[in-house]
Structure formats: C-alpha cells, structure tokens
Design a protein around this ligand. Structure first.
Ligand SMILES: CC(C)(COP(=O)(O)OP(=O)(O)OC[C@H]1O[C@@H](n2cnc3c(N)ncnc32)[C@H](O)[C@@H]1OP(=O)(O)O)[C@@H](O)C(=O)NCCC(=O)NCCS
Length: 184
C-alpha cells in the first residue's frame, strides 16, 4: 500500500474533495447542527458555526499527512456541500481502513451515500492498495447498513455493547469488503 491522502474523487453526481474554510456555514446549516443527523453519531450537534469552523481548520491542517483521508461531499452542478466521508481508522499493518459518513437530511434516500462509499472503496483498493475496507453501524440504524450493502460490503457480525453514540452504549453491526471481492 501507499498512502495518497485526500485526493479529489469524482462520480456521476458527486465531487469528493478536501474541506475549505468557506464550507463552515453550509456544513453547519446542512447537517452538523441537526440532531436527527447526529442521532447515531459519536459527536453532538454543533451549537454554533464557530465550532464547525474551528474543526474544519484543524482538519485542513491535517491534509499534509498522506495517511489522512477526510472528504467533504459536494453535489455537482449546484456546488452545494451536503455531507462527509472519511477513514475513521487506518491500520497499515493489515492494510485496512474503517470508514464513516454522514449527510444532511434533505438528500437522504437518493442513493448518494452508496455512490460516495463505492467511490471511496475504489480509491482505497485501486489507488492506495488497501486489502480491507470496513464500517460499522448501530443495530438501530439499519439505513446505514443499507449503504454498506449497496456499496458491496458483507455483514461480518454484531459486536455486543461495543460502541457508544448519542443514544448510549450500542451493539455494532460490522460490514466489510476485501480487495479480492471488489469489482469496479
Ligand atoms: C445513513 C445515510 C448515510 C444514508 O445515506 P443515503 O444516501 O440516504 O442512502 P440511501 O439513499 O441508499 O438510503 C439508505 C436507506 O435509508 C432509508 N431512507 C431512504 N430515504 C429516507 C428518508 N427520506 N428518510 C429516512 N430514511 C430514508 C431507506 O431505508 C434506505 O434503504 P432502501 O434503499 O433499502 O430503501 C444517511 O441517512 C445519513 O447521513 N444518516 C445520518 C448519519 C448516519 O447515520 N451515518 C451513519 C453512521 S454509521
């Protein structure tokens, strides 16, 4: 494997790119301040845009690290930023990444996150040379499981009381795809 950092990725409907400081306002408005979006996430909704901006500043400073993978998702055409997708953990010893994602409610149900996840999986296998891409979701958040399935991941099993999110301690459903299962 060879880390290549957060490179721009384009799909039919989306541009996945590095954050810019001017993304703070739309990120805050479109998803980061919404408790419905963060219901099954590990961070609380942002109380003000200054928090969003300071987080983005920190993330931008990390783009110099080739092992840092954190994309903002932009809808082509209108140029609106609608969500994020990232490697929340990279294990170079086994050439594996765990990914996480979230998106504003206005864009749910259009197959957008499966499209973003497929593109990130392709990037990790074809460009970075990983062998495994995995993700997990709260058992009570099956719509995230649908995203994983649609992106070609298989369910591995359930880790009981293994995670904590805004709903408390939860059972985690783990899914993954291996390089030899991946077809473009
Ligand atoms: C989970 C999430 C990324 C799904 O993305 P998406 O682009 O809407 O994915 P899809 O369009 O493929 O829809 C997935 C499932 O969501 C459900 N869904 C569809 N439209 C919906 C809507 N308007 N409202 C709520 N759920 C909806 C359906 O169960 C759908 O599965 P189906 O296609 O089999 O019917 C998005 O709902 C989200 O950002 N949620 C909040 C953050 C989160 O939970 N992140 C994952 C943490 S593990």
């Amino acid at each position: 494997m060879e880390n290549k950092g957060t490179q721009r990725i384009e799909t039919d409907r989306l541009i996945l790119r590095q954050f810019r400081i001017e993304d703070a306002e739309p990120m805050y408005k479109n998803w980061a301040s919404d408790p419905e979006v963060t219901k099954f996430l590990t961070w609380p909704p942002h109380k003000d845009v200054d928090l969003t901006r300071s987080l983005i500043e920190d993330w931008i400073s990390r783009y110099a690290e080739p092992s840092y993978y954190h994309w903002i998702i932009e809808l082509k055409g209108i140029g609106e930023v609608i969500g994020t997708i990232s490697a929340v953990k990279l294990n170079e010893k086994i050439e594996a990444a765990d990914v996480g994602y979230c998106m504003g409610k206005a864009w749910w149900g259009k197959g957008i996150m499966p499209e973003a996840l497929r593109a990130v999986i392709a990037y990790f296998f074809e460009e970075v040379g990983l062998n495994r891409v995995a993700a997990c979701h709260d058992v009570n958040n099956p719509k995230s499981g649908r995203v994983m399935q649609k992106a070609g991941m298989k369910q591995e099993g359930i880790l009981r009381a293994a995670g904590r999110n805004n709903q408390g301690i939860c059972d985690e459903v783990w899914c993954s795809i291996l390089r030899n299962e991946f077809e473009r």
